[in-house]
Design a protein around this ligand. Structure first.
Ligand SMILES: [Zn+2]
Length: 102
């Protein structure tokens, strides 16, 4: 996968993660998951990065977990990037519905 830092930016302050502390969680040829602490605002997120023929796409999910906790979580269960992305889409859809209900 190589270095995802140049492609990712913080979902909160929008700063690029060029100097962020990154902890890799899972990685294969086309996708990787990592825990990132933003050096600008201090917010942690889990970053899903996937590469295809068009380039690299990244999705960040905010988390309260420290990298050690996340690592433990990812070590205990086999969490595939697909299921994590499904969860993200699900949460996003729920969020959209909740907004409409309000
Ligand atoms: Zn930030």
């Amino acid at each position: 996968m190589g270095d995802a830092k140049p492609f990712a930016k913080c979902p909160v302050c929008n700063k690029k993660y060029t100097s962020a502390k990154i902890t890799p969680l899972t990685e294969d040829e086309t996708r990787s998951t990592m825990h990132v602490s933003c050096p600008s605002c201090g917010v942690s997120s889990i970053l899903f990065v996937s590469a295809n023929q068009w380039g690299v796409a990244s999705v960040g999910i905010l988390t309260d977990l420290e990298e050690e906790e996340v690592k433990r979580h990812f070590g205990k269960e086999v969490v595939s990037v697909d299921s994590a992305l499904d969860a993200y889409v699900f949460l996003k859809e729920c969020g959209g519905k909740a907004e409409k209900l309000l």
